[in-house]
Design a protein around this ligand. Structure first.
Ligand code: SR1
Ligand code: MG
Length: 411
């Protein structure tokens, strides 16, 4: 399949991956290119090719190459491969600010849009682990700390103004942002022909699109997304963008959790990443509720507070020592920002929930449920989103968001 791709640069295949490694000086010593035992293409995302190479000593290396189109749809949807550069630049910066919370980047090839990355074969994608009923406690807190490190370290709060301006300019990522603007904020309400739901959920999707409070809230969310260049956010921080490893080798507490796939990174609202996590916790809870496991649903919803509390604590800690200009950035600003982000996490969470139910690029949490269960899970998620945008101005406590979701998922 990969050999016939029409691209203005050479596309990697399992047969050419080892030869490619030999051409990259930065990869010398990362893997024994003379003793590679396996090359597997494992890309299961919507956009890219991903190869894992393993040598005889067990050393691994990941090569991730951006295709010039959306893999999920095919060559008819062209998409800039320069998204790989955005991912590389975000990874470098985020890795400095939050060591251990993103994969290590060994090399970036700007001519063939290839990132060479740390092998995380001893980790699992958090979403699939959640689908399997595992927990990996500590991952939600790790992601809260990651978002906080990025919020302070890439914004004017923690970065020199000139450096931040240059970073922002390089991070303008219009094609990837347009995908989010369309798929997340617009299409659940104005179908562009890419939406789909079970027949039994068609009334739910129609109610959503006709909900004028929801549409108005999504207009405000889209405005914030498109205008508020607060920090170099991840931009697509769902549970499928987190790799987890349990200390006990099963699904117990994590000794490692890493945010990956930052190709949607851009200067945007800090709460967009928090909302993405919250939305996916709700979706995980919807699966648990559909499967009759209310304890697990309560646990999954509790991840919203866990992420928020870790975010808040880390942000406060970094504020103490990491401010670029403490003359004007004082405690009152810190409290204002935290209150703003806590409320906006509800708004962006609602946006990220509905797109995964009615729009293109759904989630396995819900899609792998048998249709009779999927119907109820989808309805519960859509109702949660609609209630979140109504309630958050009154009570932005994450615990309240969890309670609302719990009630509506069970209804
Ligand atoms: C067309 S790309 C669809 C989705 O895949 C990515 O993971 C993003 O979430 C994007 O919206
Ligand atoms: Mg992705």
């Amino acid at each position: 399949m990969t050999t016939s791709i029409d691209a203005p640069y050479e596309i990697l295949t399992p047969d050419t991956a080892v030869a490619y490694v030999r051409t990259r000086p930065a990869l010398a010593g990362r893997i024994d290119a003379d003793d590679v035992r396996s090359v597997r293409e494992i890309g299961d995302g919507n956009l890219n090719l991903v190869f894992v190479l393993t040598d005889g000593a067990g050393c691994g290396l990941v090569l991730k190459q951006a295709l010039p189109y959306v893999r999920l749809v095919g060559p008819s949807w062209r998409l800039t491969p320069d998204r790989a550069r955005h991912e590389a630049e975000a990874l470098r910066l985020h890795g400095q600010l939050a060591p251990g919370l993103v994969p290590e980047l060994y090399d970036y090839d700007a001519e063939r849009y290839v990132l060479a990355l740390e092998d995380l074969s001893d980790h699992r994608v958090w979403r699939t682990a959640l689908n399997d009923g595992l927990r990996h406690d500590g991952a939600a807190e790790a992601m809260g700390r990651y978002v906080a490190a990025v919020a302070l370290g890439t914004s004017v709060l923690g970065m020199d103004a000139g450096e931040r301006a240059a970073t922002l300019a390089a991070a303008v990522n219009p094609e990837l942002c347009l995908i989010t603007e369309d798929l997340v904020f617009t299409e659940p309400y104005v179908d562009a022909g890419r939406n789909s739901v079970l027949p039994a959920n068609e009334p739910d999707a129609a109610e959503l699109a006709a909900d004028q409070d929801m549409v108005a809230a999504m207009g405000r969310a889209k405005w914030a997304f498109m205008t508020r260049a607060e920090a170099l956010v991840h931009g697509d921080l769902h549970t499928g963008s987190v790799m987890v490893r349990a200390a006990d080798g099963t699904g117990g507490p994590v000794d490692s959790a890493k945010a990956f796939d930052s190709e949607f990174a851009f200067y945007g609202p800090v709460a967009f990443d928090l909302g993405a996590l919250w939305a996916n916790y709700v979706i995980a809870a919807a699966r648990a509720t559909a499967l009759g496991d209310d304890d697990r649903a309560t646990w999954a919803l509790g991840l919203c507070t866990r992420t928020w509390d870790a975010f808040e604590a880390e942000f406060r800690a970094r504020w103490e020592h990491g401010l670029a200009d403490p003359r004007m950035f004082r405690a009152d600003l810190r409290e204002h920002l935290l209150a703003t982000w806590r409320g906006e996490a509800w708004l962006f969470g609602a946006a990220k929930m509905t797109r995964r139910i009615v729009g293109l690029a759904k989630t396995t949490d819900v899609e792998t449920l048998p249709p009779p269960l999927r119907e109820g899970a989808a309805r519960g998620v859509l109702r949660t989103a609609r209630r979140w945008v109504r309630e958050f101005p009154a009570d932005p406590a994450p615990r309240r968001a969890e309670e609302i979701a719990g009630e509506l998922l069970r209804a």
